[in-house]
Design a protein around this ligand. Structure first.
Ligand code: NOJ
Length: 728
């Protein structure tokens, strides 16, 4: 067998397409369909699986497994007739052994360079146990925080999400996919998954083509240009056509327009799900429709494997579609060096001081200071006693956020970190709310109990601690899987009795600082007035504790900005900053009844996209736009007017006054993280070219129509005074 395998796998000097031709010409239909199938890794691998692998039944396996298991299954696949190696995938979403902040938190850093460094760490650690392919980054634009998977992506804005996704891909894939420490990235969920109707996971989406192209496709396109190895087709239907069998997105856009030649795997079971979607009549129809639409590999369900032979034999499916899919898969495997003895680390790479400090830095940059009355923060280290309250102050697993791989034993919680900083005697701790687990409960019961648990029996201890303290820090929010897959919520208030907890603490009259760990924006208008300070921490990862505590005491200065708008109430959803103006925008003095507004709530979010305070203050001077050659130089002076050295994320927005298709009131076109010493000023410059100002017009052409525009250099998406300029 091995001799035959060697004969058809041409040496590495031969161009990849020729190597693929040689292999394809020898493959049976069964072997081709095997390549198009992805199964789950049984750990330890059973004899049945090893036998199937020797028969060429799978092109890929995925899931968590020990390095020994991975080696065993790889060897079994290599013993198959043609010796085609497996590609081993896993969900390495935000860190592997070193737990990084959730992607939404990473986006709040507005720091792609650091995100790239941290993704490199993930790749090094994950590849050290034999993982070759990660189902990440998720780049679904999400404008509805009811959708729990918002935590896994980069928020509401296509420009920011593109920058973050590209940085992540570069970090994973490194300088070459062939390196032992590179991971092939998989952009997901292609496409529109974040637009799930009513924020209900897996729900259908309705996205007009212009919006699809201007917003939802943008990060995917940016990653294609950056050389991403693969994509995952989404669960959802887009305008009635499921993404896993959608010829428009999979063929027209991805292959024809972008020239993508890597591979596309379906999401879990998504081929079979074409049946309940009401798109395929049965498994055979599902296999045919997904292959013809341009899908290459089926994850978990086995319709392609089962019905492929019959479809080809009956001429319902031309073999050219199967050959095309297998070609994409083999190309990806060749690119990873899987046929050429890809090197493999001998030992698992564990977290180190350096990786943990990178994770801490990213966590610090992701913290968004939303409120700081009378500069209560930073706290003085000379403070007497501090009360640490709340259900999330000491939850090593929950601080990792959803889809975490890291071991909770490597987590440093806020409680541990503050004790390390101040010593035990000055710290009073009371969780106040217990995260309950009862024998026999399903996981759903556990999660819904956390959401509805109104038990206040722990409040008295918490209030007593607060009364003895000089300041109270209350850790609120969501435990790990309250956000994430299949974790949609219709109510976005702090879960359970957390609002009541803040009420009870407020009655002590002590200053209260809230720290919220959550996968998504929560509606907190009921409690913000009672808090003197508020930090939004997302799912901060292994180093949540040191990052948050150093920030509370000013050893780190907050600089994160919101990657999503925070609604005042779920009634405002979907809410996002780059919306259209309408013909009847709300008037500045709200004097007209007949405008687009609510009777019972302002239109504005509680906290806008791009917003985040610092321990210092920044003054933004006038924005200037100068035409220079083919481009526009946009610049403004920014001054640190406070007493603390700090970083600031300076943002560039534009607006087009009139166009063949109405344009959003503002669109993010650039951002820069700058460092300013107290009193220091810096001129911040951005460049805009025609291409940056283009959009999909009425004829669905990507065009920069001539016209008048406005530009703001601003600290967030709502402030500043624009400068006008003209695009000829
Ligand atoms: C389903 C999820 O939607 C996807 O994001 C994930 O990568 C796959 N399952 C594999 O676990």
């Amino acid at each position: 067998m091995l001799i035959l395998a060697l004969a058809v796998i041409l040496p590495r000097q031969v161009p990849i397409e020729q190597r693929i031709d040689a292999l394809l010409s020898k493959m049976t239909l069964q072997e081709k369909l095997g390549q198009m199938s992805q199964g789950g890794i049984p750990d330890p691998p059973d004899a049945k699986m090893l036998k199937l692998l020797r028969e060429g039944r799978y092109g890929s396996l995925y899931g968590g497994a020990s390095p020994e298991t991975r080696i065993k299954i790889e060897n079994a696949a290599r013993q198959s007739r043609l010796g085609i190696p497996l590609i081993l995938g896993a969900d390495v979403i935000h860190g592997f052994n070193t737990g990084l902040p959730t992607p939404l938190g990473q986006a709040a850093s507005f720091d792609p360079a650091l995100v790239q460094i941290c993704s490199r760490i993930s790749a090094r650690e994950a590849s050290s146990v034999g993982i070759q392919w990660t189902f990440s980054p998720m780049m679904d634009i999400a404008r509805d925080p009811r959708w729990g998977r918002m935590a896994e992506g980069y928020g509401e804005d296509p420009f920011l999400a593109s920058a973050m996704a590209v940085a992540t891909v570069k970090g994973y894939q490194g300088t070459s996919l062939k390196n032992a420490d590179s991971l092939a990235a998989c952009g997901k969920h292609y496409v529109g998954y974040g637009a799930a109707e009513a924020g209900r996971d897996y729900n259908s989406t309705w996205i007009p083509e212009g919006l699809l192209r201007d917003v939802y496709l943008k990060p995917f396109q940016a990653c294609s240009e950056a050389g991403i190895a693969s994509y995952m087709s989404a669960f959802n239907a887009i305008n009635g056509v499921p993404a896993t069998a959608n010829p428009f997105t999979l063929k027209q856009v991805l292959r024809k327009e972008w020239g993508f030649d890597g591979m596309v795997v379906s999401d879990f079971d998504a081929v079979r799900e074409l049946i309940p979607h009401g798109f395929a009549a049965d498994g055979k129809d599902a296999a045919r429709k997904s292959i013809m639409a341009g899908l290459d590999m089926e994850m978990i369900s086995d319709e392609i494997w089962k019905y492929g032979p019959e479809l080809v034999k009956s001429h319902q499916l031309d073999i050219k579609y199967i050959n095309g899919a297998v070609r994409n898969i083999l190309r990806t495997k060749f690119r990873l060096g899987l046929f050429d003895g890809r090197p493999q680390s001998a030992t698992e790479i564990r977290p180190t001081t350096a990786t943990m400090s990178a994770s801490k830095k990213l966590a610090e940059e992701s913290l968004v200071l939303l409120k700081n009355d009378k500069s209560i923060l930073p706290l003085s280290k000379d403070i007497g006693k501090i009360a640490i309250i709340g259900p999330l102050a000491d939850r090593p697993q929950d601080q990792l956020g959803s889809w975490a791989n890291a071991n909770e034993k490597d987590s440093v919680t806020p409680l541990a970190a503050i004790k390390a900083k101040l010593g035990d005697s000055r710290v009073l701790y009371a969780p106040a709310i217990t995260v309950r687990w009862q024998k026999g409960w399903s996981y759903d019961q556990f999660l819904t109990d956390f959401l509805s648990n109104k038990d206040q029996s722990g409040f008295a201890e918490a209030v007593a601690a607060a009364q003895q303290a000089d300041v109270v820090v209350v850790f609120l929010g969501e435990i790990q899987n309250i956000s994430g897959e299949a974790s949609s919520r219709s109510n976005l208030d702090l879960p359970g009795a957390q609002n009541e907890l803040v009420d009870a603490l407020a009655q002590t009259g002590k200053p209260i600082i809230g720290v919220v760990m959550a996968g998504r924006p929560l509606t907190m208008s009921a409690v913000t007035a009672k808090l003197s300070g508020l930090i939004y921490a997302w799912g901060p990862g292994s180093m949540a504790g040191p990052a948050i505590i150093d920030t509370l005491f000013g050893d780190s200065v907050p600089s994160g900005k919101l990657p999503v708008s925070f609604p005042r109430s779920v009634g405002q959803i979907p809410i996002y900053y780059d919306h259209l103006n309408t013909g009847r925008p709300i008037l500045p003095d709200d004097s007209d009844h007949y405008t687009s507004r609510y009777l019972d709530l302002p239109n504005s979010p509680q906290y806008p996209f791009g917003f985040g305070l610092s321990y210092t203050t920044f003054e933004y001077w006038a924005t200037h736009v100068k035409k220079v050659g083919e481009g526009f130089k946009v610049f403004a002076e920014v001054t640190n007017t406070g007493k603390t050295d700090a970083e600031e994320v300076v943002q560039l927005y534009t607006h087009r006054m009139a166009a063949s298709v109405a344009r959003p009131i503002r669109e993010l076109k650039g951002f820069k993280r700058i460092h300013l010493k107290a009193g220091e000023s810096q001129r911040v410059t951005f460049w805009l070219f025609r291409q940056d100002l283009a959009f999909w017009n009425q004829e669905m052409r990507f065009t920069a129509e001539p016209g008048e525009l406005e530009a703001w250099i601003a600290p967030d998406s709502v402030s500043g005074t624009p400068a006008k300029f003209k695009l000829p």
